[in-house]
Design a protein around this ligand. Structure first.
Ligand code: DP6
Length: 324
């Protein structure tokens, strides 16, 4: 078999309604459904080549050989692709990301969405988007959503086959701007995978999960009606509920930092003055400030009053993963 290569790229996504905790940890079947926005402006590009002469997989991230744990996680994902394609060749994987990794900016979503698409293409597997999404989920839960563009819903099914993402609205539907305030870009000490497995230890998790259908419905309606006020309310509540679970888990996880709280307070104050902005925070200290395009300069003006060390990234609704 000759060497077969493919290159794919994907954007990360920001969860508007968040997934936290797994129904099946090994299969990454989420305990609750989620809705996200795929973020153009940040990107991971991944090259995968299957080479029969390689007896071990190789992985570089931004041109540097990866740590054993990352190589192992990618190797397990490649095994799923190899099993389906009926091939045994080792693979080389080169992944290049243009934003900080492991800092709660969903780098694993962009990484595993692009790895899944490139890996399947290199292995000669022709999968539909739904199958690609379910497969990407096995690498990283949120990666299932980055297969699609725009507003995306990840359905929490009963098991592996029925837990995949589906598009909710095209990127053009609503030009929301995401100003990502970087409060700390160092890799976080507890990653999402460990966090998902301890979610159930919080007495608040059961209440959060059982209330999810209500939040999902409010978010779907807000997106489809492009109703920012409604979106803001449910997005902030959902983020706060997830962090309440994190903080009350054993061991407790505190991702917010004083600077994160300062940004959230500023966003709330701007909204009270009529500015269309809201915040949401993933598993890290950085704060996503979602706003309408006409509010962007006022939001930037408000944030300029805070002494921010690391700057602001800008993202807008973007497309799903694509072959390069
Ligand atoms: C807080 O998809 O990063 O961003 O499957 O372990 O890679 P793994 O988890 P991951 O979890 C996402 C957690 C979140 C919320 C969300 O994106 O829905």
């Amino acid at each position: 078999m000759p060497v077969r290569e493919a290159v794919a790229a994907a954007h990360p996504n920001i969860a508007l309604i968040k997934y936290w905790g797994d129904r099946d940890h090994a299969l990454r079947v989420p305990s609750n459904g989620s809705i996200s926005l795929t973020l153009s402006g940040l990107k991971t590009q991944t090259r995968v080549g299957f080479d029969p002469d390689l007896d071990q997989d190789q992985l570089t991230i931004n041109q540097v050989p990866a740590e054993p744990a990352a190589l192992q996680r990618v190797g397990r994902h490649l095994d799923l692709i190899r099993e389906r394609a009926g091939i045994r060749a080792g693979a080389f994987v080169q992944s290049v990301t243009d934003f900080p990794m492991g800092a709660g900016l969903a780098s694993s979503a962009a990484a595993f969405a692009s790895l899944t698409l490139a890996g399947c293409a290199a292995a000669g597997l022709e999968l539909g988007r739904q199958e690609l999404s379910a497969l990407a989920r096995r690498g990283s839960g949120s990666a299932a959503r980055s297969i699609y563009g725009g507003f995306v819903e990840l359905v929490a099914g009963a098991g592996d086959d029925d837990s995949f993402a589906r598009p909710l609205a095209e990127p053009e539907r609503w030009s929301i701007v995401d100003l990502i305030v970087l409060t700390d870009v160092r890799p976080k000490s507890t990653g999402s995978t460990a966090g998902h497995s301890s979610a159930q230890t919080s007495p608040l998790q059961a209440a959060r999960v059982s209330d999810t259908p209500r939040r999902l419905q409010a978010c779907r309606e807000a997106v489809l009606a492009t109703d920012f006020e409604r979106l803001a309310e449910v997005v902030e509540q959902d983020s706060n509920m997830m962090h309440a679970v994190m903080m009350t888990s054993s061991p407790p996880l505190h991702y917010w930092q004083p600077s994160s709280l300062a940004v959230m307070a500023q966003v709330r104050s701007l909204r009270a003055q009529g500015v269309a902005v809201c915040y949401t925070v993933d598993a890290g200290p950085n704060v996503h400030c979602l706003c309408l395009p006409e509010a962007e300069s006022r939001v930037r003006g408000g944030l300029a009053h805070l002494s921010l060390e690391f700057g602001i990234l800008r993202a807008v609704p973007g497309p799903g993963a694509w072959l390069v």
